[in-house]
Each structure stands twice: as C-alpha cells, then as structure tokens.
Design a protein around this ligand. Structure first.
Ligand code: ATP
Ligand code: MG
Length: 241
C-alpha cells in the first residue's frame, strides 16, 4: 500500500504576474499570500485565518498556475496531489491517503496542499474534503474576457518572434470562450505553421489558421462528450488548502 508522494516541493518559481486576465482571483489570492507570510499579524485580534481555498472554474484557466504562484510568492512548501490518487477501489484506502497527506502537511505548516482535479474524487471523500469549513473561501477563475485574452497572447509572444502585421486585439476579439490554455496552444500551433511556411516570425495568417483549426477541433470533440465528462460538468476543479 504505497502512499502518494508526501514530500513538498520548494521554490515554486511561478509568480502572479505570469497569470493574466484573472485580476479578481489574483487580488483575493494575494490576500492569502499576506496571511501565509505573516499569520500572527492577522490573528492578533482573535480572527481565524481561512483554512482552505477552493479554485473553481473551467479547464485551462490558470488554477494550477495560481496555486503555484501562491506558494512561489509566499515562499512556503507546496504539496501537489491529484484527486485521482485518492480514488480507490477499496473503501478506506483513499481516506487513509488523505489523512497521511494532512499529517505530512502539518509538519511543514504553513504550507499549501494542492489537490488537482478534485472532481475525480468519489462522492464520499468529496463530501469529507469539501464539507463546510474545509474550504472556507471559494475563488472563481473564469475564462478570460477580450482584454485578458489579449494579455495572455501578448505574454505567450514573449518566447516567440512576432511579425509586424500581427494585431493581437483582432485575435483576442475572434477567440471568445478560449481559455488561457487554448490561447497558449493557439500560439504554438501558429508558430509551427509559420515555421513550416518558412516564415521568420509568426504572421497574422498563421494565427488565423491556428484559431480556425482549434475552433473546428473543439466542435468535433464536443460532439462526443463522454458520460464521465458530462457528469463532471459544473463540479469543482482544484483546491488549495
Ligand atoms: N490566465 C492565464 N494566463 C497565462 N497563461 C495561462 C492562463 N491560463 C492558462 N494558461 C496557460 O495554460 C496552461 C495550463 O494552465 P493551468 O494548468 O494553470 O490551468 P488549470 O485551470 O489548472 O486547468 P485544469 O482545470 O485543466 O487543471 C498554463 O501552463 C499556461 O501556459
Ligand atoms: Mg489544473
């Protein structure tokens, strides 16, 4: 019966500045960083700090990045785990793993336990983890609006040469419903396309090609939504404790 990896990671180098287009979520989480840096300052008058923060939102919006940024900015250890690690055939094993994790985390407190894909956890554990008081804050991480999309595209272009004809405002307007992960993928597809055409930089033509390809692929995929993903729609995605 092997335990999940119970060693924390140190020195997360993700920063809030890397996560774009989710300013309200960032503001709330910056407060959490303040708490982690100097807990005594906040509890001086008897107030209790939040124990758990649940990041809720569609796939690819930056929830994992934000959790890493909290650890990076606060300089605290980060336990990464995934809901599927607790999903067990034998009743009791998953619950035991949850306990082991919290015991290990207590030794390193203050720290962050990040449970990715918490929606993979079965009903019983889900209730135990999300029961009132465990996650006393809920932070919504939505898909970016048009300005957020422009910023994410701009950020992704830091590592990729951009042709003079490129207008990211136009691409941002043409990609409603795209997540941060979709936009990062868009730049990657465009960079491959431009290189294949022998361009020295990514052009508007390649960006539009990439956008259309991703939109058409998404349409094909959404035609065959599996039973599992249908059931998980609207469920929670990631938690920081
Ligand atoms: N808001 C954002 N700003 C910049 N990049 C982003 C943003 N959101 C997503 N990305 C890009 O997409 C990748 C995936 O993001 P991340 O894993 O944080 O999403 P997530 O919300 O945790 O997704 P999931 O729900 O699937 O776990 C990041 O590594 C980054 O390249
Ligand atoms: Mg994630």
């Amino acid at each position: 019966m092997s335990s999940p990896d119970l060693k924390p990671q140190y020195n997360s180098n993700t920063k809030f500045a890397d996560v774009m287009g989710v300013d309200e979520a960032k503001q709330e989480l910056e407060e959490v960083v303040e708490y982690l840096k100097d807990p005594k300052k906040f509890t001086a008058l008897g107030g209790k700090l939040p124990k758990g923060v649940l990041l809720v939102g569609p796939p690819g919006t930056g929830k994992t990045m934000l959790a890493r940024a909290i650890a990076g900015e606060a300089g605290v250890p980060f336990f990464y785990t995934s809901g599927s690690e607790f999903e067990e055939v034998f009743v009791g094993v998953g619950a035991r793993r949850v306990r082991d994790l919290f015991t290990a985390a207590k030794k390193h407190a203050p720290c962050i336990i990040f449970i990715d894909e918490i929606d993979a956890i079965g009903e019983v554990l889900d209730k135990a983890l999300v029961r009132p008081g465990r996650f006393d804050r809920h932070v919504v991480v939505p898909n970016p609006d048009v300005e957020g999309r422009r910023q994410i595209l701009e950020g992704a272009f830091k590592a990729v040469p951009k042709d003079l004809d490129v207008d990211l405002q136009v691409i941002a307007r043409g990609t409603p419903g795209f997540s941060g992960a979709d936009l990062t993928n868009l730049i990657n597809v465009a960079a491959l396309h431009a290189a294949k055409l022998g361009s020295k930089a990514v052009t508007m033509r390649s960006l539009e090609y990439a956008r259309d390809r991703i939109i058409m692929g998404a349409e094909r995929k959404s035609a065959v939504i599996s039973e599992r993903s249908r059931r998980s729609v609207g469920r929670v995605k990631g938690g920081v404790m």
